[in-house]
Design a protein around this ligand. Structure first.
Ligand code: PLP
Ligand code: COI
Length: 356
């Protein structure tokens, strides 16, 4: 199918809007959903006519393979509105490409670019009023695909549903995050699906994260499944460390999600002349750097959380505190990225896409 070969989108508008019931001055992350969603079904070997319909329940047979074998993938992105009511996306093609990387790994059909981009843009035009403008808020966008095809045979389904839903959202974390470096559980393994945004990757994180929360931490820092000696990701974020003035992050691999925020931070750091090292980071290196005072910052980076500073980390029963600094790399990258996203500054990298 050609790149933008998509039939017109059928639009069925909601009878009334829920927008007045939402407190836009006090938005939680991902709790309120807009009036419409974009839906497209894959049946008989091809993507069918796409539609924008009211955000409402969908009906599935209990034998649908999503319930049994977990063929489910998603993306996370955001839309922003500037003071002139112009609507922007941030690096949407990167999300589209990653959705299809995930689809391939889970033996699901790839989506044509036109369905993703036109569907998203048309839905944004319909839901423009749902884009919040308060500091730190944005319209969180959740594209996702799952197996609707039926059968208990453990094999890929023959039909799928792709949906884009919107949630006007505030910050993901309310403050600094205290993390526990994981010594037992793993998020992913070599040859596995860690690099994909597969729903099951997140389900597998919930129990170890619950255990960490019972001990007073907010999040888990995942370590390599083989030795648990090297840090890999911070919950649903990529991890960065600052040792003296060097910015460190770990290389992506088939265990680690290739984050778009991570990539953006690396590009900005390069443009700013910040010394960057992309290499494996041993837990013991962080501990030594914390003890000798050279570990200045740890932060997580991702679409939902943007840049989330880490206040301290626990490892083998001991807590290590990060210093309170005035000028942090974390705050600098967060501002640079959100200023580009919200059209407050020029965009030398060509990341901001105007929708309407
Ligand atoms: N790592 C994981 C496991 C994630 O779920 C996310 C969130 O999307 C990220 C990293 C950050 O990726 P991105 O910056 O593309 O949102
Ligand atoms: C995102 O940052 O967009 C994510 O997908 C993380 C999600 C688990 C909230």
């Amino acid at each position: 199918m050609a790149k933008n070969d998509m039939e017109d989108i059928l639009i069925k508008t909601a009878e009334s809007s829920k927008i007045d019931s939402v407190d836009f001055s006090n938005l939680e992350f991902g709790k309120n959903f807009s009036d419409h969603m974009f839906v497209c079904d894959f049946e008989n070997g091809k993507w069918q006519k796409p539609r924008i319909v009211p955000f409402e329940p969908i009906s599935l047979m209990p034998s649908s393979k999503i319930f049994h074998y977990g063929q489910s993938i998603f993306e996370g992105m955001k839309a922003y509105k500037d003071e002139n009511e112009q609507v922007f996306l941030f690096r949407p093609i990167d999300n589209f490409n990653r959705l299809n990387i995930s689809a391939k790994r889970l033996a699901m059909p790839e989506l044509p670019e036109g369905y993703f981009m036109n569907g998203l843009k048309e839905l944004l035009k319909v839901e423009k009023d749902w884009i919040p403008t308060a500091e730190g808020s944005a319209l969180y966008i959740r594209p996702f695909m799952f197996a609707t095809g039926q059968g208990f045979h453990a094999s890929p389904a023959d039909s799928y549903k792709f949906i884009i839903a919107f949630a006007p959202s505030g910050s993901y974390f309310s403050g600094k995050v205290k993390v526990l470096i994981e010594e037992k559980y793993s998020r992913s393994a070599n040859g596995g699906v860690g690099f994909a945004k597969a729903g099951g990757n997140y389900a597998g994180q919930f129990y170890p994260t619950q255990l960490a929360k019972e001990k007073g931490y907010h999040q888990v820092i995942w370590t390599d499944d083989n030795t648990h000696e090297y840090i890999e990701e911070a919950g649903a974020m990529n991890i960065f460390a600052r040792i003296n003035d060097t910015l460190l992050t770990v290389p992506t691999s088939d265990r680690i999600l290739d984050g778009i925020t991570r990539r953006s931070i690396l590009k900005i750091a390069e443009a700013e002349g910040i010394n960057v090292e992309v290499r494996k980071i041993k837990v013991t290196e962080l501990i030594e750097a914390s003890e000798n005072g050279s570990l200045k910052e740890l932060f997580g980076a991702g679409t939902a959380a943007v840049v989330s500073p880490i206040s301290g980390f626990g490892f083998k029963g001991k807590d290590y505190q990060l210093p309170e600094l005035d000028d942090t790399y974390g705050a600098f990258f967060k501002k640079r990225i959100t200023d580009i996203q919200t059209n407050k500054t020029e965009d030398p990298f060509g990341w901001r896409i105007k929708v309407c």
